[in-house]
Design a binder for this molecule. Structure first.
Ligand code: SF4
Length: 252
């Protein structure tokens, strides 16, 4: 498959967007693809009985739906790394964003959030509602600042609640108060989201203006389908300048 090109008609490798939402007692997975027939994102389950579905193709980082549903003459953007020589103002973020995204519910407790950051090696996650709409972003920095403020406020014996199932009685007084906090209380509530067709330059401008390192990418239904980070943009800039980076280099 060529990367970043456009095709009309024929079979396409459509990236499957996976949104995993972590909540108190469960983790819910939602998979969607951009359907070239309807011109909108559809649940992957809708493709099961569609005559245009050809196959599922899995690579190391991405799962694709192979589909021949694009009407002849309709232009479909293919996923993948944008070609070298692209302009940041013309290159859409769909080619550089992470389309397997970890999200959290507002109700996820502090200790589960901490475990998620450590276990998945994440530096930040979108907070979403029950429909997958973004309502905030919580970062590792938010967690660190909360810990620092708590320690500064009261020099208590600190046993950090960490990991699912940590009993509150095992954490000490300060730990018990941290145990009460949720992702919804820790998050930055204002969300600056972009559609996948937004340019790399636009995403970079939002990050620079707002002082954030990641921006959720949303579908036409305002559901989170990916995340683009400042590191994704740095990797793209480096690639444009001829630096060769492995697919895993610097990934979070
Ligand atoms: S398989 Fe059918 S429903 Fe799924 S993306 Fe292709 S045309 Fe759309």
């Amino acid at each position: 498959m060529s990367s970043g090109a456009k095709l009309t008609g024929g079979a396409h490798w459509l990236p499957v967007r996976a949104r995993r939402v972590h909540d108190v007692h469960e983790t819910a997975m939602s998979r969607t693809v951009y359907c070239p027939t309807t011109g909108s994102h559809v649940p992957l389950g809708d493709c099961e009985h569609c005559g245009h579905r050809i196959a599922i193709d899995r690579t190391e980082r991405t799962t694709f739906l192979v589909c021949d549903g694009a009407p002849a003459g309709k232009v479909v953007d293919l996923p993948g790394t944008p070609p070298l020589g692209g302009d940041a103002s013309d290159t859409p973020i769909r080619g550089i964003m992470a389309s397997q995204v970890e999200c959290v519910a507002r109700t996820l407790p502090f200790h589960d959030l901490l475990a998620l950051f450590i276990d998945y090696n994440l530096s930040g996650v979108p907070v979403v509602d029950s429909e997958g709409h973004p309502c905030g972003v919580v970062s590792k920095s938010d967690v660190v600042w909360t810990l620092q403020e708590a320690v500064d406020a009261e020099r208590d014996e600190l046993v950090v609640p960490y990991g699912r199932g940590t009993p509150p009685e095992a954490t000490g007084e300060l730990g018990k108060r941290l145990y009460q906090l949720t992702a919804g209380e820790l998050m930055t509530p204002v969300v600056f989201s972009v559609p996948e067709s937004a340019s790399i330059a636009r995403a970079a401008a939002i990050m620079a203006y707002e002082g954030v390192h990641r921006v959720p990418v949303v579908s036409e239904y305002n559901e989170v389908i990916g995340v683009v980070s400042s590191l994704d943009i740095a990797r793209w800039v480096a690639a444009q300048a001829g630096y060769v980076l492995s697919s895993e280099c610097g990934r979070r």
